[in-house]
Design a protein around this ligand. Sequence first.
Ligand code: FAD
Length: 406
Amino acid sequence: MKTLAHRNIPITIIGGGIHGSSIALRLLRDIPNAAQHIVIIDRHAFLLTQWRHKTERQGMTYLRSPAVHHISTNPLGIVEYAERHNRTNELAPPYFQPSTELFWDYCDDTLSEIRKHPIFYQFDVEKLRWDKGAGKYPFRLISKGNIGFRSSCVILAIGSDDCPYIPPEFAEWKRRYPDKIVHASQFSVDCEFGRKEGEKIVIVGGGLTAGTLAKSLSQLRHSVVLVARKQLKTEQFDFPPIWLGPKALSEFTNEPDFQRRFQIIQENRGEGSITPDIMESLRNATNVDFYPETFIRNIYKTDSDNLHVQTTRELIPNVSRIVLATGYRFNLRRYNFMRTLLKQYPIDLICGLPKLDNDLQFYPIENLFGTGTVAQLQIGPASGNIAGASLAYERFCDKLLAKLPK
Ligand SMILES: Cc1cc2nc3c(=O)[nH]c(=O)nc-3n(C[C@H](O)[C@H](O)[C@H](O)COP(=O)(O)OP(=O)(O)OC[C@H]3O[C@@H](n4cnc5c(N)ncnc54)[C@H](O)[C@@H]3O)c2cc1C
């Protein structure tokens, strides 16, 4: 297999998740001989590894979004795939949400388009430099293994998983009891602990990750307490679907104040919600207790190995694990490979999110684009979701295609 060392690549996509793969598939469709012009790199050995891990860790069985949201360019792709393989029973009402397995199998099938070409490389980006005025390939990418190559354009499709959010009040408790208090991104229902039975587990959070973990752990016969700061909300989607339509999007991009845009995203994504089917199974489970509008005041140990959790409601004694399903807060500063660029160039950040221009470029850096959570201040509340990838591609494709040799 060829390596990337010392090569000059027209378009580099950093991140082989849902967004990076979707963008690569679109470029393969739109550029003649695309395979000569693009590479997609990821720190994992295979595309979509992170997606697969995160859904498996929680025991997620169905996607939240409808069947039309996936990685390929044919909106009916999953439905047609399900029909061809007699798997339409894996499209759940009311919006044909695919089962996680169906979604995965469809993606794997679609990714064969990428696998036909030698364009995917395992490469953990350690440094990204932009030498303005350094000719046709001003970006230099260096891996953790110290391999370097140059590129004309770079697309960041890095998700937000490197930014797990730990609420400040938990920092000290987590430091004191590191193996008892874990963020959801480090917890797997399939770990040795998860497979034991009859443990008492507190899950902190009111979103779908909290709900899915509670369901999976209750099915494994643990006793689960769901502690949320607000009333639990039941919604099919994690943002109002109007955010996929032109009206809301153009109003959003016409808002000149990026701080206000950030607020709009918070208002529309809120503190999370749980889908009706998961909520129903939680309500029917005899081993799930709900503590809504509840804050944790203290976490301590006495003589046993278990924790006692003092809440504003009551004491929850003998807890063997606390899982923080408290989400992610994207902050570009937390990505080490961006450090040099952030130091060298005045990239404006609003609460950690970059103020990209209309083409999703990192002003003042030319030809560095973003898709996914990193592009939220332009694409709005749907940006980090699956559907956000096609919205992002529409914004930067002309600019990208214009960079290719004629
Ligand atoms: C459990 C769960 C379920 C979800 N379900 C849905 C759903 O049903 N519908 C929906 O629309 N959305 C859903 N989402 C939200 C969103 O669609 C997913 O999080 C999706 O994975 C985001 O894709 P992404 O490509 O932006 O990020 P990721 O999947 O996180 O991919 C980013 C990639 O970048 C790579 N990377 C990062 N930094 C570097 C580096 N320095 N060098 C090399 N590679 C790097 C990572 O290895 C990773 O593979 C869900 C999210 C979660 C957590």
